[in-house]
Design a protein around this ligand. Sequence first.
Ligand SMILES: NC(=O)c1ccc[n+]([C@@H]2O[C@H](COP(=O)([O-])OP(=O)(O)OC[C@H]3O[C@@H](n4cnc5c(N)ncnc54)[C@H](OP(=O)(O)O)[C@@H]3O)[C@@H](O)[C@H]2O)c1
Length: 242
Amino acid sequence: MNWAIIFGASGDIGSQIARDLAQKGWSLYLHYHQNQKRVAALMSELSSTYPKQDFLTLSYDLTDDSQLDKLSGAIFGKLNAVVFAQGTTYYGLFADLDPQNLDTMVKMQVLTPLKIVQKLENKLAQAEFGRVVFIGSVYGGAGSAMEVGYSTVKGALSAFARAYAKEVASLGITVNVVAPGAVDTEMNQIFSADEKADVEAEIPVGRFSFPAEISYWVLCLLEPRSSYLTGQTLYATGGWLK
Ligand SMILES: NC(=O)c1ccc[n+]([C@@H]2O[C@H](COP(=O)([O-])OP(=O)(O)OC[C@H]3O[C@@H](n4cnc5c(N)ncnc54)[C@H](OP(=O)(O)O)[C@@H]3O)[C@@H](O)[C@H]2O)c1
């Protein structure tokens, strides 16, 4: 049985990844930060649909790197894949970005995830195949005004994947980023209908993506047969910006 940990399984994209991986027979660690209720409901849904697989929940604040031994210790046994689907953004001019919010983004989306990867590398190397996938953003490649801090952390993930992939290729571990454009999720409910229509008009496919259209690429990368694709950022943007 294959095992993955999904960080941000309580989010819209993370929960879709969990459902799709469970459907393919994976057992899962479902991470959340605050939304215990959502992840508990997801766990009971998956446990009753797939009774022969295991689903465990774990909570961790990724702005905190002081408990990483405890976190990695909670992942006992085999681990094939680590998927980072947590994240948050702050809209506004960079000059106005509260430095604390910049810290939060850098810590929860880059620094702590990278330290977690360090802790889990041996486990991934011991599995028949190992996978690290980050959910990035098209803004990491294209850059966005009003989301400069967010664009920076997402770009850092792509830079990390490019470099680290070279280091762990011989261990059978691939490292990639799936970079969505605009996804129809909670994160985008702040847009008014008019603002949403303006963004849609710029997207060649003409609409926001569904979480399942992002999850699809994560599943592909987690296939054993995807072993020759590493260090890449896959832009799933409907042709928008990249
Ligand atoms: N939605 C989009 O249009 C879009 C586009 C491009 C890229 N993305 C990226 O896709 C990923 C998922 O986005 P989404 O739309 O699914 O977001 P979401 O529904 O808002 O989920 C965000 C996730 O991040 C977790 N999280 C928040 N603060 C955390 C912290 N301090 N420590 C650990 N986890 C924390 C949340 O946990 P709790 O809820 O349990 O607190 C939740 O699981 C993010 O990396 C985002 O940047 C999204």
